[in-house]
Design a protein around this ligand. Structure first.
Ligand code: F6R
Length: 606
C-alpha cells in the first residue's frame, strides 16, 4: 500500500527520502517519487522501483526539505505521470497522498470549469490544485491545507510542501496513518515507523482529523478547526536492524525462523507460576468486569481472522465462555448487535487495517468494550481500543503474516488462561497450559529443524494447480491459514475445508491432480480424521499429513511429524510446517516471496 516520507532539517533531504522509501517497499507499490524544496521545487517520479527513482534523481537535487511517496495504484494505471508527488499548475505546491478521495470526480469537474488542467488521472492531484488556490490568498500553508481538506470526502494521509515556504511540511491524517519522527534539529514524518527508525525512535502518532506542521526545530499539531492539540512522544523499541533480512534469503524465512524468540517475547513476564494465571495488566479490566462477560467476539481480517478462530477455540475450551471469530471487513457492514456483556477483541499485526479499525470504531460508537491484540505499538487500532495486549513480535516486513499469527494465537492462550482462571479452570489445568506455553519456543525450534524435509515436500507438491487443506475443529483454522499462505505467496490455488464437510461437496474435487494437506493432531478426533484420509485415498487423492505420529502409508503419501503439546495449544505448532511448505513452494515456483502480486502489507484503504 502507498507510503509517505517527509524530512525537514539541515541535511540533504533526497537521500533520506530515498532511504525511507526503500524501507517502505515491503508494503507493496508500483511507482515512486520525491519533491525537494530549496530555492525552487524539484520533482522526480517514476513507474517502477525505488532503485529506479534513485537512479533518476540528479545530484543537483539539493535542499533540506522534501516529501516522498511509493504509490499503489487505485485511480489510474501505474505510470510516471500518475506517480506522486502531484503539483499544481504553477509548480508551487507538491502533495503526496495515501488513501482515497471519494469526491475526486466532482472536485475535478469543478476545478476544470475554473480553468485547472490536470496532468494525471489520480484522485490525489485535486489536492494540489485545491491547496494552491487557497495558499495564494492566505499567508499560511496550514490554513490552505485545512481549507482544502474540508472539501474532501474520503481517507487521507498527506504531506504537503510549498516552494515559497522552504522550512515546513504540513501533514494530515484521516483514516490513513501519519507518524512524526523527532530528531536532533530535524523532523521527519512518514506513514509507517519503518521509514523513521534509522533516524529516530521518538515518534508522535497523529489521530484522525489531526494535522501537524513540522519544522527543523520542532512540530505542532492541530485540528481541522485550528485548535492546538497536545501530544506525548512515544519511544518505539524497533530499530533499523529489524528491517534487514539478517542474512536470510527472504524476510519471510527470517520471520518464520524468528518464531521461537517471538513466541517467547509474547509470553515474557505474563505467566505466574504461583497461581498458574496470566498477568495481563494492559486489559484494563477489573476481576469483577472479567467475570461479567458472557461472550467473546473476535474480529480481524485475513490471517488475523484465522488466528482469531484459534483464539475463539482457546477461549471456549479454557474459559468455557462462548466465543467466535468473524472477518472485521464483514462485521462492520452488517449493523451488528452490540451487547454489553460481550467482550470484543480486535486483532491486527499492523494496527492500521482500515476494515478492522472501522469495525472497532463502530463497536465503540455503540458502547462495546473492545480489547486489541496488536503488534504495532501506538498504532491506530491500539489507540482506539479500551485495553489489550501487544504481541512484541517485532516488525513483520514480509507481506504474508507468520510470526504475528503465532504470537496472536499465543496471546489468545494467555487471554483464555486469564479468563479461565477466574471462571472454572482448575489450578492443575492452569499449570498444564502454562507449562505447555513455555514448551512452545523449543518445540518450534524442533519443527524449524525439519526445514530441508519440508522443502523437499514443497518441491514435490508445488507443481499442482490446486491443493485442498482439511482440518477438524482445532485443525480447521490451521488448514485455513495453511491454504491462505500457500495461495498468497505461491499463487497455487488452495481451498480449506473442515474435514467433516468434505463429503458434503468438495470430495468431488479430489483425485490424483488435487493433493490434500490434512491436519491430523493426536486428539480425540484422530480416528475421525484418519477415516477422512481413507476416503481421500479411496478417490485416488494424494495426502500430505501434518500430525503427531508417522502416517500409515495406506492413508498418507507423506507426513510431517510435529512435537505434541497440550491439545489446546497444538494448533500453534501445526501451523509452522505449513508456513515452511508455502515458503518453499513459492521459492520453487520462483515467486516474489516477500511481495506477492496484488497484495500490500497493510491494507489502509477500504
Ligand atoms: C496474510 C496477511 C493478511 C493480514 C490481514 C490483516 O498473510 O498477512 O491476511 O493478516 O491483511 O492485517 P493486520 O493483521 O495488519 O490487520
Amino acid at each position: 500500500m502507498c507510503g509517505i516520507v517527509a524530512y525537514v532539517g539541515p541535511k540533504d533531504a533526497a537521500p533520506i527520502l530515498l532511504e525511507g522509501l526503500a524501507r517502505l517497499e515491503y508494503r507493496g507499490y508500483d511507482s515512486a517519487g520525491i519533491a525537494i524544496v530549496s530555492k525552487t521545487l524539484k520533482m522526480r517520479k517514476v513507474k517502477g522501483r525505488v532503485a529506479d527513482l534513485a537512479a533518476a534523481v540528479p545530484a543537483r537535487f539539493k535542499g533540506g526539505l522534501g516529501i516522498g511517496h511509493t504509490r499503489w495504484a487505485t485511480h489510474g494505471v501505474p505510470s510516471d505521470v500518475n506517480a506522486h508527488p502531484h503539483l499544481d499548475g504553477a509548480e508551487r505546491i507538491a502533495v503526496v497522498h495515501n488513501g482515497i478521495i471519494e469526491n475526486a470526480d466532482e472536485l475535478r469537474a469543478k476545478l476544470t470549469v475554473d480553468g485547472v488542467t490536470f496532468a494525471s488521472e489520480t484522485d490525489s492531484e485535486v489536492l494540489a490544485h485545491l491547496i494552491a488556490r487557497t495558499v495564494k490568498d492566505t499567508d499560511s500553508l496550514e490554513e490552505a491545507v485545512r481549507t482544502a481538506l474540508k472539501r474532501v470526502v474520503g481517507t487521507y494521509g498527506v504531506a504537503v510542501v510549498d516552494a515559497e515556504r522552504p522550512g515546513e511540511v504540513v501533514v494530515a491524517r484521516n483514516g490513513s496513518p501519519i507518524v512524526l519522527g523527532i530528531g536532533e534539529k530535524e523532523m521527519f514524518a512518514a506513514s509507517d515507523v519503518a521509514a523513521l527508525v534509522r533516524y529516530t525512535r521518538q515518534v508522535v502518532h497523529l489521530e484522525d482529523g489531526e494535522l501537524a506542521t513540522i519544522k527543523a526545530d520542532g512540530f505542532h499539531t492541530f485540528t481541522m478547526d485550528a485548535r492546538e492539540t497536545a501530544k506525548e512522544p512515544l519511544t518505539v523499541d524497533w530499530d533499523a536492524g529489524h528491517y534487514d533480512t539478517g542474512g536470510y534469503e527472504h524476510y519471510l524465512l527470517k520471520e518464520i525462523s524468528e518464531q521461537p524468540e517471538t513466541v517467547a517475547r509474547t509470553l515474557r513476564g505474563r505467566l505466574d507460576d504461583r497461581f498458574h494465571i496470566a498477568h495481563l495488566g494492559g486489559l484494563n479490566l477489573t476481576p469483577h468486569e472479567t467475570r461479567a462477560f458472557r461472550r467473546v467476539k473476535i474480529i480481524g481480517c485475513g490471517s488475523a481472522y484465522y488466528s482469531g478462530q484459534i483464539g475463539a477455540q482457546l477461549v471456549e475450551e479454557l474459559a468455557r465462555i462462548p466465543a467466535d471469530a468473524e472477518p472485521a471487513s464483514e462485521f462492520r457492514y452488517r449493523n451488528p448487535v452490540v451487547e454489553h456483556d460481550t467482550l470484543y477483541v480486535a486483532i491486527s499485526q499492523s494496527g492500521e487495517t482500515y476494515d478492522t479499525l472501522a469495525a472497532v470504531q463502530e463497536l465503540k460508537r455503540k458502547g462495546g468494550r473492545v480489547l486489541g491484540i496488536v503488534n504495532t505499538v501506538g498504532s491506530a487500532i491500539a489507540r482506539e481500543c479500551d485495553g489489550g495486549m501487544y504481541l512484541h513480535a517485532g516488525p513483520e516486513v514480509s507481506v504474508a503474516s507468520t510470526k504475528a499469527f503465532t504470537s496472536t494465537a499465543v496471546a489468545f492462550a494467555l487471554l483464555a488462561l486469564h479468563f479461565g482462571r477466574v471462571h472454572d479452570l482448575s489450578p492443575a489445568d492452569g499449570r498444564r497450559i502454562s507449562e505447555g506455553l513455555r514448551r512452545l519456543p523449543g518445540q518450534i525450534e524442533e519443527i524449524l529443524a525439519k526445514d530441508a524435509e519440508i522443502a523437499a515436500l514443497a518441491r514435490k507438491y508445488a507443481d499442482h494447480t490446486g491443493m485442498m487443506f482439511v482440518g477438524r475443529v482445532r485443525g480447521y483454522p490451521v488448514a485455513r491459514e495453511g491454504a491462505q499462505k500457500l495461495k498468497e505467496i505461491s499463487y497455487v490455488h488452495a481451498e480449506a475445508y473442515p474435514a467433516s464437510e468434505l463429503k458434503h461437496g468438495p470430495l468431488a474435487l479430489i483425485g490424483p491432480d488435487m493433493p490434500t494437506v490434512a491436519i491430523v493432531p493426536d486428539d480425540e478426533l484422530l480416528d475421525k480424521n484418519l477415516t477422512t484420509l481413507g476416503e481421500i485415498r479411496a478417490r485416488g487423492g494424494r495426502v500430505l499429513m501434518i500430525g503427531h505420529r508417522a502416517a500409515d502409508p495406506k492413508l498418507a503419501d507423506d507426513c510431517v511429524v510435529v512435537p505434541k503439546n497440550e491439545t489446546e495449544l497444538d494448533p500453534i505448532l501445526l501451523t509452522i510446517p505449513l508456513q515452511l511448505l508455502a515458503y518453499h513452494a513459492a521459492v520453487a515456483l520462483e515467486r516474489d516471496v516477500d511481495k506477492p502480486r496484488n497484495l500490500a502489507k497493510s491494507v489502509t484503504v477500504e
